[in-house]
Every structure is written in C-alpha cells, then in structure tokens.
Design a protein around this ligand. Sequence first.
Ligand code: ATP
Length: 310
Amino acid sequence: MSRHAVITVRVPAKVNVQLGVGGLRPDGFHDLANVFFAVALGDLVTARQGAGVKLTCEGPGSDQVPLDDSNLAARAAYALAAHHGIEANVALHIEKAIPVAGGMAGGSADGAAALVACDALWELGTPTEVLHELAAELGSDVPFALLGGVALGRDRGETLSPLPVPGTFQWIFAVADGGLSTPAVFRECDRLRAEAGTGHTSEQVTTPDADPALLAALAAGDPKALAAALTNDLQPAAVSLRPSLAETLRVGTAAGALAALVSGSGPTTAFLAQDAESAESVARALRESGTCRAAHVTYGPVPGAAVLAD
Ligand code: ATP
C-alpha cells in the first residue's frame, strides 16, 4: 500500500473540435473521425485506502452520478485490480466540475482518473500502454482522458494519435439544464439522416476524414482558423432533441465568440474566444441571457489525468 494515504488526480473534460460521424455499422456503433481537445474544466478524483470499492461524489449534478459499481470510476478500480490479480480496496471521492451527461465525457474522465489514482495508491507502476488498454475496455472516450492534449481518434474514438498544438485557446462552456443520452443523440442522428434521404448505414455514409484545415489551424495555434474549421456531425441531432440550444449558440456568437458548437453529444455548448477578455464577456452574456444554467471560462489544451503533487 502506498506511503501516501491520499492520492488526488486531476482530469480534464474534452470538447470535440471535429466530430465526424460515419454510418451505423452492423454492430450498432458508428465509425468516427474525432479530434479531441482537453480543457482545464475538470474533475478531481481522490483515492484513499478502504475496504472494497466505495464511492462518494460532490459538486453540480452529483445527484445524477451513480454511486454503485456502474460508475466508471468504480469499474476502473475493479479492472485495474483484476489485471494485477489483487483485491480492489479503495474509497474514491469525485469532485465534479464536468457537466454530468453533458457531452464532455465526464464519466470517462473519472474512469481514467480512477485508473491513475488506484495505480498510485496501490503502488502498481502499471505501464502506460496497459493503462491505455484497460481504459479502452472501459469506454471509447476513456483513453483520451488519460492522454489529454489534442488527439485524433479513429474507430470508435479509442485509437489515438496525439497532435502537437502550440499555445493556448480560450473556451467558454454553457451548461444546459439536464443531460442528453449519448446513444439517444446517435439514434436521432441516424433518424435525421434517414428522413433527409441521405441514408444512415455504414454502406451509405462514408466516414469523414480529419479535416486538413482543422489540423492546420491546430498546428498553427490560430483561433480564428480553428473557429472556421470546428464541426460536429451530432449537432443537428442534439439541437433536434433540445431546440433551445439554438438560442444559446446564437447568444454566444452575438456576444463575440469566434465560433459556437454543441460539445460532443451535448447539451453543453462550447464557444471559442479570441482572448481571455472576450471569453469573459461571452460568458457574461450567456449567464445574463438565461439560456443556460451556468457558463464557465476555461482554456486548453491541458494534460490528461495526472496525480497532483502533495
Ligand atoms: P460522453 O460525452 O462520454 O458521451 P457525457 O459527458 O455526455 O458522456 P457523462 O457525464 O459521462 O456524460 O454521463 C453519462 C452517464 O454515465 C450518466 O448519466 C451516468 O449515469 C453515467 N456515469 C457513470 N459514471 C459516471 C461518472 N463518474 N460521472 C458521471 N456520470 C457517470
């Protein structure tokens, strides 16, 4: 057992700066062209010695976070212990800042954080590649929460190539009331495509590639070029299920955001700003508009799940 009685891990949320959705595959998944971007808005996961796996959670939306073995943090603890053939004994506490069911991969982030926290608490020294494999088994967004930064994800999102990005981008996230179920948003995407007559199966829709203009904007650290290249194929589906998001997107753009988009499957909306000052005025306008529950100013890219120094 660790010399440290308490391990705290900080883990980022993600926004998809490109989310290209291919057709529905026979196995029920969609191929994705996914560019993940880690932002400083993040959760803290603390691991202490315990008997069995115990979970507590505080922060906005924590009443909707399951505290049983279905929580991704608990599943991560069991998966790591099983890999090493040891008993899972840990008390995990999640300080939530990532909107719950908000399209920012909060549950996946906590899963990644729990892997790192338990690895340190139990002094396992698990190789990074093994943590990555365990993360991919937990869910397709979990490996990126380990990696952080900016990365291109293929397949279901779990095959990652890091993209070096100079400098820092300013973001604002508007949190909506309630969540959206990710599978429901994918189903709505398929339904809208079928309704539009464009087809929705993997035979009818080719998976988009990473957009060269987006990759160039990231490599240059250029917010205006990035703003022009942001895309999310799930946005029409999220707005269809939650029409009020259109007004939130409009308010942020009118207040000077360079671009506005739904984050992942939503209903959180993301706004890119030119600089920190502009980001504050976009956030103020969003709060005053009453079209969202909260608006957070943050930045990225930031590193993936990491133990905080004592
Ligand atoms: P994604 O963008 O990865 O699809 P999301 O950000 O929209 O996910 P999450 O916050 O990850 O949504 O929550 C989705 C569901 O996962 C929740 O409704 C909850 O039931 C479940 N869940 C499991 N573990 C967690 C966790 N640690 N934090 C939040 N939700 C969790």
